[in-house]
Design a protein around this ligand. Structure first.
Ligand code: PMP
Length: 426
């Protein structure tokens, strides 16, 4: 093993996998440099193929709330492995997971399991259109809902702007029914909902936005969405693929007190294996095939191995765990704020429970436009200097970092110490 194994392997990967990665942000495009090739993970740590250890704040982009290699999850997976990995027929496990999800999100009367967040959202939108008999949807600039065609719409186009594709290969007609509003823009969003009115099938929002960096909804914003969608007869869909079970046992909807018509889930509900889900009121979900006319299917949906990891993860999420995550988050926040103040760094630190983002901007961040004003060059320097010190952060200013329940106070203190050394040199 020499120092450059990650470098060498990534070179090979780039020749046979587009950009060398199977999901774009892994390529370090926003921060430059070569991604670390990971060999193994345990608890709060990752090891790359050069045997360097990192404190992990990516957590596989959210799912690993219990840390890597949780003993109960591993044991359950081993047991399931001996019984079979996929049957393509109903299992008791999938009923248990569906029941667990409906118990945790009481408004949800029925749920359908799929294999990714993208699939969950794409299917929820189809269900909303089928249920309402309407076509148009509203999404928010800077919110990400997976890579289905109709949701790949340019960020920052402003309220009431007709969607424009931001990906090659997406045709204008595929996004013609997608309208973009600005997160936390009360007036613009209200006007857009009222304008689309009887043509509007759904408003989809990350109730706690994590895909422009972490941005909280302002007080009353989600309530306004609830009121206006109700008035227009459109559905309100909370995309909780990231926030679901990350900040509370009942999803972000428990914290904000606003009840959507539908919810989409992913990440944590698969415990690191591929599971997504969408659900809602019975009348809506009964539209899904085979009970209703909205078609949606999947060879590996409700896969027993994936469902086992999800179920065993969800069963460990109790109040004590969220309290622990809050304490760890609080410790990190206090430490980082002290440094930012002492060193006079213009930055915004956002944190909700175990989710956090440090924006390098002196202005408040409330939406995509304000997040986009961040100094991404500075972020890149910070990211690499932290990585050099063994701290593995998401490689983009516009992502949320995650703390797991097995991070220790010592891990947090090591991170604060690294940040203290790093910010002086930015
Ligand atoms: N919705 C949200 C809110 C997400 O954060 C993501 C993924 N980061 C998705 C949907 C898409 O999920 P997946 O990557 O599993 O397709």
């Amino acid at each position: 093993m020499n120092e450059n194994n990650s470098h060498q392997l990534f070179k090979t990967a780039q020749e046979i996998i587009p950009g060398g990665v199977n999901s774009p942000v892994r390529a370090f495009g926003a921060v430059g440099g070569t991604p670390r090739v990971i060999e193994r993970a345990q608890g709060a740590y990752l090891w790359d193929i050069d045997n360097r250890r990192y404190i992990d704040y990516v957590g596989s982009w959210g799912p690993m709330i219990l840390g890597h290699g949780n003993p109960k999850v591993l044991l359950a997976l081993q047991n399931q492995l001996t019984k079979g990995v996929s049957f393509g027929a109903p299992t008791e496990l999938e009923v248990q997971l569906a029941q667990t999800l409906c118990d945790k999100l009481p408004f949800m009367e029925m749920v359908r399991l799929v294999s990714s967040g993208t699939e969950a959202v794409m299917s929820a939108i189809r269900a909303a259109r089928g249920f309402t008999g309407r076509n148009k949807i509203i999404k928010f600039a800077g919110c990400y809902h997976g890579h289905s065609d109709g949701l790949l719409v340019a960020a920052g186009s402003g309220a009431a702007t007709l969607g424009v594709p931001n990906s090659a290969g997406v045709t204008p007609s595929q996004v013609a029914d997608t309208f973009v509003a600005n997160f936390n823009d009360f007036d613009g969003t209200r006007k857009l909902i009222q304008k689309l009115n009887a043509d509007l099938a759904a408003v989809i929002v990350e109730p706690l936005a994590g895909n422009m960096g972490l941005v909280e909804p302002q007080s009353g914003f989600l309530e306004m969405l609830r009121d206006e969608t109700q008035k227009s007869g459109a559905l309100l869909i909370f995309d909780e693929v990231m926030s679901g079970f990350r900040v509370s046992a009942g999803g972000y909807q428990q914290i904000c007190g606003v009840t959507p018509d539908m919810v989409t889930l992913g990440k944590i509900i698969g415990g690191g294996l591929p599971v997504g889900a969408y659900g809602g009121r019975r009348a809506i979900m009964e539209q899904i095939a085979p009970s209703g006319p909205v078609y949606q299917a999947g060879t590996l949906s409700g896969n027993p191995l994936a469902v086992t990891a999800g179920l065993t993860t969800l069963n460990q999420l109790d109040d004590a765990l969220y309290k622990r995550l809050e304490n760890l988050g609080q410790r990190l926040e206090t430490g980082l704020r002290k440094i930012l103040e002492e060193k006079q760094i213009p930055a915004q630190l956002h944190r909700v429970g175990s989710m956090w983002t440090l924006f390098f901007t002196e202005n408040p961040v409330t939406d995509y436009a304000s997040a986009a004003k961040s100094d991404t060059e500075r972020f890149g320097k910070y990211f690499h200097a932290m990585l050099e010190r063994g701290i593995y952060l998401p490689p983009s200013q516009f992502e949320s970092a995650f703390i797991s329940a097995v991070h220790t106070d010592a891990d947090i203190d090591e991170t604060i110490q690294a940040a203290s050394e790093v910010v002086s040199s930015l």
